[in-house]
Write a protein that binds this ligand. Structure first.
Ligand code: HEC
Ligand code: HEC
Ligand code: HEC
Ligand code: HEC
Ligand code: HEC
Length: 498
C-alpha cells in the first residue's frame, strides 16, 4: 500500500516544481499530524505553536497541492505534449487502462482528493475550535492581552471561555468576530491600538445572549451578606469590619424589588451618558411593566451639553458588572484581602501601611516595579526593625512575594494600566458605580431624585466597627451612635418580613 503510494507520488511529479509540491504537501501533512498528537497528549500547550499548527501547515499543504497541477501544465508547455501523452509516459499501461470505474490513476486521484478535503475540513474545524480557547485569546497577542489574561485566570469566570462573553452564539456573531480579529491583528502589527485598550462598550454582545445563558434574572432573590475586614494604618494593622446585606432581589414585579430590579424582564432602564466611559449621565429613564416612563435629568449639566444627545443605551449586566472578569483591584483592598487570607502576616509592624506604600509607588517598567516593591519593604524593616529583619526574614519574604503578585496582577506599565485605569461600577467608590444615577442631581419633573438613601441597596450591619455584626447586638444607650445603631438594626430585621 505504502509502496503503491510512493510509486504514484513519484510518477505524479513530472518536473522539479512537481517534486517540491509533493514534498511540501506530504511533509506538512506529517508534521501537522505529529504536532496535533503532541497537543492532544499535552506536550505542546503554547498558543504560538497552535497558531503554527493550524495556520501554517494547512497553508503549506494547499500550496504544495496547487504546485502539482501547475507543474503538469508547465511540463505540457515545455514538451508540447498533451496530458494523455504525458500520462502514458509517466504511468504504465496497466495503470492508465480504462476499466468500468475509470483507470487506476483516476481512482487514485479521486481517493487522494477525498483524503485531502477531509484533512482540510478537520484542520479548519480544529483551528476554529482552537481560536475559541481562552489560552489562544489570552496569549497569542502576548503583551497586548496579558493584563486581561492575568485578571481572567484569577476571576470567578476562569473556566468560562472568552468567546462566551465576547462573541456570543450564531454564525453572524462568529463572522463579525473573525473580521474584527483580522483588524486587530493588523492594528497590533502596526501598533495602531490604544493603550490601555478601551472598554468594548459597543462591540460586546447584549448581555441577554451572553451572561444570561448562565445567570438569569429570576435567579436573583433575597439578599447576600458581604463582610469586609479593613486593616488600619497603625503599627498592629488593626482590623475594622464592614458588613452589608446586599438586597440583590430582581423583584418579580412586586413592590419589594432590589438591586436586580433594573434587569427584571418587566422593567427597562435606558440612559445616555456624556461619553463612552459612562461615568456621567445626561438622562435616565425607568420603564415599568405598565408602560409608564419616568425620566430623570441631570440638573448639573448645561443645556448645551445635554443637546449633543449621543446614542441611548439600554442598561444591562455590564453597566454594573463591567469588571465581572477583568477585575482590577483597589491597592488598599487588595492588601486587606491578602492579610485576611493569611498570605501576609499581620504581626509584621506597619505591614498594611508599608505594603501599600510599596505597591503604590510609580515605577517605569514591570521589572522595576517588582524590584521596587522588594527594596521598599525590605529597606523599611532593615532601617526601622533591624532585629526583626535579622530573625524573621522568611515572613518578610512571604509578604514581599504576595505584594509582588498583587502588583503583577494589577499594574501593566507596557499597556499604561495603573491603579484605577479601569473603574469598577459595582458599589460607589470615587463617585462612580451606582451613584452615577443614584444621586441628588438626577431628578424627575417634580424634582424627585433617584433614591440614594443608604439602605436602598443594602442593610448596614457594621461600618468600620471592631466586630463584623456590631449593629445586630443590643445597642448601648450611652453610645453616641445609639440612634443610628438601633435604626440600622430595625431596618435589617424588617427587610426580611413581608
Ligand atoms: C464573563 C464574561 C467575560 C469573559 C469570560 C471574558 N471577558 Fe473580556 N470583557 C468582559 C466585559 C464585561 C468587559 C468590559 C465591558 C465593559 O466595561 O462594559 C470585557 C473587556 C475586555 C477587554 C477590553 C479591556 C477592558 O478590560 O475593558 C479585553 C481586551 C478583553 N475583555 C479580552 C478578554 C480575553 C482575552 C478573555 C479570555 C482570556 C476575556 N476577555 C474573557 C467580559 C468577559
Ligand atoms: C458560561 C457560563 C457563564 C457566563 C456566560 C457568564 N457567567 Fe458569570 N459566573 C459563571 C460561573 C460558573 C460563576 C462562578 C460561580 C461561583 O463561583 O459560585 C460566575 C460568577 C459570576 C459572578 C460572581 C458571583 C459571586 O459569587 O461573586 C458575577 C457577578 C457574574 N458571574 C456575572 C456575569 C456577567 C456580568 C456575565 C456576562 C458579561 C457573566 N457572568 C457570564 C458562569 C458564567
Ligand atoms: C444595577 C446594577 C446591577 C445590574 C444591572 C446587574 N447586577 Fe448583578 N449584582 C449587582 C450587585 C451590586 C450585586 C451584589 C454585589 C456583589 O456580589 O459584589 C450583584 C450580584 C450578582 C451576582 C451574585 C449573586 C449572588 O447570589 O451572590 C451575580 C451572579 C450577578 N449579579 C449577575 C448579574 C447578571 C448576569 C446581570 C445581568 C442579567 C446582572 N447581575 C445585572 C448589581 C447589578
Ligand atoms: C444608569 C442608571 C442607574 C445605575 C448606574 C444604577 N441604577 Fe439603580 N435605579 C435606576 C433607576 C432609574 C431606578 C428606578 C427609579 C425609580 O423608582 O423610578 C433604579 C432603582 C434601583 C433600586 C430600587 C428598585 C425598587 O424600585 O425597589 C435599587 C435597589 C437600585 N436601583 C440599586 C442600584 C445599585 C446597587 C446600583 C449600582 C450597582 C445601581 N442601582 C445603579 C438607575 C440606575
Ligand atoms: C444605589 C445603591 C446604593 C446606595 C444608595 C448606597 N450604597 Fe453603599 N454600596 C452599594 C453597593 C452595590 C456596594 C458594593 C458591594 C460590593 O462590594 O460588592 C456598596 C458598598 C458600601 C460600603 C462598603 C464599601 C467599602 O469599600 O468598604 C459601605 C461602607 C457603604 N456601601 C455604605 C453606604 C452608605 C453609608 C450609603 C449612604 C450614604 C450607601 N452605602 C448608599 C450600593 C449602594
Amino acid at each position: 500500500m505504502l509502496k503503491d503510494y510512493f510509486n504514484f507520488i513519484n510518477k505524479v511529479s513530472v518536473n522539479r516544481l512537481g517534486k517540491w509540491g509533493v514534498i511540501l504537501t506530504t511533509s506538512s501533512f506529517l508534521v501537522f499530524v505529529i504536532m496535533e498528537l503532541a497537543r492532544m497528549v499535552g506536550i505542546l500547550t503554547n498558543a504560538y505553536i497552535g497558531l503554527i499548527t493550524y495556520l501554517l501547515f494547512p497553508t503549506l499543504f494547499v500550496i504544495g497541492l496547487i504546485m502539482i497541477p501547475i507543474s503538469w501544465s508547465q511540463q505540457k508547455k515545455s514538451s508540447g505534449k498533451t496530458t494523455r501523452q504525458l500520462l502514458d509516459e509517466q504511468f504504465n499501461e496497466d495503470e492508465t487502462a480504462a476499466s468500468f470505474f475509470g483507470s487506476k490513476v483516476v481512482l487514485s486521484i479521486i481517493a487522494l482528493t477525498l483524503i485531502n478535503v477531509l484533512f482540510l475540513l478537520i484542520a479548519s474545524t480544529q483551528m476554529l475550535g482552537f481560536m475559541d480557547e481562552p489560552v489562544f485569546c489570552g496569549t497569542a497577542c502576548h503583551s497586548t492581552m496579558h493584563p486581561e489574561w492575568i485578571s481572567y485566570q484569577q476571576s470567578p469566570h476562569a473556566r468560562v471561555h472568552c468567546v462566551e462573553c465576547h462573541v456570543g452564539e450564531g454564525a453572524g456573531a462568529l463572522i463579525q468576530s473573525k473580521l474584527n480579529g483580522a483588524y486587530q491583528m493588523l492594528s497590533i502589527t502596526f501598533n495602531l491600538y490604544e493603550k490601555p485598550i478601551p472598554t468594548p462598550v459597543h462591540q460586546l454582545r447584549p448581555a441577554r445572549e451572553t451572561c444570561e445563558k448562565c445567570h438569569w434574572p429570576e435567579k436573583f432573590y433575597g439578599s447576600r451578606i458581604k463582610s469586609y475586614a479593613r486593616y488600619q494604618m497603625d503599627e498592629a494593622s488593626t482590623p475594622k469590619y464592614t458588613t452589608l446585606s446586599l438586597k440583590i432581589d430582581a423583584g418579580k414585579g412586586k413592590e419589594k424589588a432590589g438591586i436586580h430590579w433594573h434587569i427584571a424582564k418587566e422593567n427597562e432602564v435606558r440612559y445616555t451618558s456624556v461619553d463612552d466611559k459612562r461615568l456621567e449621565m445626561i438622562w435616565v429613564e425607568a420603564v415599568r411593566a405598565d408602560g409608564s416612563v419616568t425620566r430623570y435629568n441631570n440638573r448639573k449639566l448645561l443645556d448645551s451639553e445635554r443637546q449633543e444627545n449621543p446614542a441611548t443605551r439600554i442598561m444591562d449586566c455590564v453597566d454594573c458588572h463591567n469588571r465581572a472578569t477583568h477585575i482590577y483591584e483597589d491597592p488598599s483592598m487588595a492588601i486587606d484581602d491578602r492579610i485576611h487570607k493569611g498570605l501576609i502576616d499581620r504581626t509584621l509592624p506597619y505591614i498594611k501601611k508599608e505594603g501599600l506604600a510599596a505597591i503604590s509607588g510609580s515605577y517605569k517598567t514591570k521589572e522595576e516595579g517588582m524590584e521596587g516593591v522588594r527594596k521598599q519593604l525590605e529597606g523599611f524593616y532593615r532601617r526601622n526593625y533591624p532585629a526583626l529583619a535579622a530573625t524573621q526574614m522568611d515572613k518578610i519574604d512571604d509578604a514581599v512575594e504576595t505584594l509582588q503578585s498583587i502588583y503583577n496582577r494589577n499594574i501593566h506599565p507596557g499597556m499604561n494600566i495603573v491603579w484605577g485605569s479601569y473603574p469598577n461600577f459595582i458599589g460607589h467608590r470615587q463617585n462612580s458605580g451606582c451613584f452615577r444615577c443614584h444621586n441628588e442631581n438626577m431628578v424627575n419633573d417634580s424634582g424627585q431624585a433617584i433614591s440614594y438613601e443608604c439602605t436602598t441597596c443594602h442593610s448596614i450591619l457594621a461600618q468600620e466597627e471592631d466586630q463584623p455584626f456590631k449593629y445586630l447586638q443590643p445597642p448601648d444607650k450611652k453610645d453616641k451612635t445609639y440612634q443610628m445603631h438601633r435604626y440600622l438594626q430595625n431596618e435589617f430585621l424588617e427587610s426580611y418580613s413581608e
